[in-house]
Design a protein around this ligand. Structure first.
Ligand code: SAM
Length: 291
């Protein structure tokens, strides 16, 4: 009964039995390697006292491993055709529930209140559908869900951007946003051969340890992110030229130069060299100056 779902043979049997055909439009690439699954699950540091939310269980390859380690597992699946399959493959586990729906539309605070109120520590663990990786991650972080960590398989290119440090080519507004809410780390790089069908991009598992509070004091969070986005708007432009044009009028240029000098940031630097701390200092000064 404990035979893993995620072997090539068992996966093929399940898919054939149900005549299942993959929908590319739903990002369906199923995992068929139990070693990778064990590594994903161990990165989430689950125990029976913790719960896991999974996005997109597919036929249950990762779900099954989560059920063995966590106290309760709730998986959100958009594809109705998978529900009867999951009912069979996960029948041995009484700590599993599936919610049929689109993770981007569900009220996750309510889902946690309704289904996981007994758990203080909750992880999101998933092999995400790649066509919506960034919106899903930003929803999980921006809604300030009571999560301990998020461990997800995503495109390697997106994982590199999320974990990038200032000054590197991958550093951008996604890095700042993710690192504002979480400590980020690429846990491992994964070859395409562990999926059916094989995706045509490289993959990686990223771990986000959700922060209790942001690493910097920000007077106005909306303004902070506006400044970040403006600073990265055109990567070849200097900070001052991005700010003037994106956020300020040309006539304000001298005022913005003075403001940058007050917070000790060279106007001629490029946005991609600013740390989160510097973006906070800059946006707090703009807020105070009411520019
Ligand atoms: N967890 C399984 C595995 O690792 O083998 C399947 C992973 S597959 C990459 C992504 C899964 O997410 C698919 O089952 C797909 O149907 C589901 N999915 C796609 N878009 C979704 C959405 N917006 N909300 C919830 N599930 C979604």
């Amino acid at each position: 009964a404990d035979k893993d779902i995620a072997t090539p043979t068992r996966t093929r049997q399940i898919l054939e039995k149900y005549g299942f055909s993959f929908k590319k439009s739903l990002g369906q690439n199923f995992l068929i390697d139990t070693n990778i699954l064990h590594n994903i699950v161990s990165a989430a540091e689950l125990t029976k006292a913790k719960a896991a939310i999974e996005v997109g269980p597919g036929i249950g390859a990762l779900t099954e491993q989560l059920c063995r380690k966590a106290g309760q597992v709730v998986s959100i699946e958009i594809d109705q055709r998978l529900l009867p399959i999951l009912e069979e493959t996960l029948a041995p586990y009484d700590n599993f529930r599936v919610v049929h729906g689109d993770v981007l539309k569900l009220d996750l605070h309510q889902l946690i209140r309704d289904q996981l109120s007994h758990y203080e520590k909750i992880s999101v663990v998933a092999n995400l559908p790649y066509y919506v990786t960034t919106p899903i991650l930003m929803k999980l972080l921006e809604e300030r869900l009571p999560l301990e960590n998020i461990v997800v398989m995503i495109q390697k290119e997106v994982a590199d951007r999320i974990a990038a440090k200032p000054g590197s080519k991958d550093y951008g507004s996604l890095s700042v946003a993710a690192q504002f809410y979480a400590e980020t780390e690429v846990a491992m790089v994964v070859p395409a051969s562990v999926f059916v069908p094989k995706p045509n991009v490289d993959s990686a598992v990223i771990k986000l340890a959700v922060r209790e509070k942001p690493p910097v004091e920000v007077a106005d969070q909306k303004l902070f992110f506006q400044v970040v986005r403006a600073s990265f708007a055109q990567r070849r432009k200097t900070l001052i030229n991005n700010l003037v044009g994106q956020l300020f009028a040309k006539e304000q240029k001298e005022q913005v130069v003075q403001l940058l000098k007050r917070v000790e940031i060279e106007p001629e630097r490029r946005g991609e060299t600013l740390s989160i701390e510097e973006f906070a200092r800059l946006s707090n000064e703009i807020f105070a100056a009411k520019l």
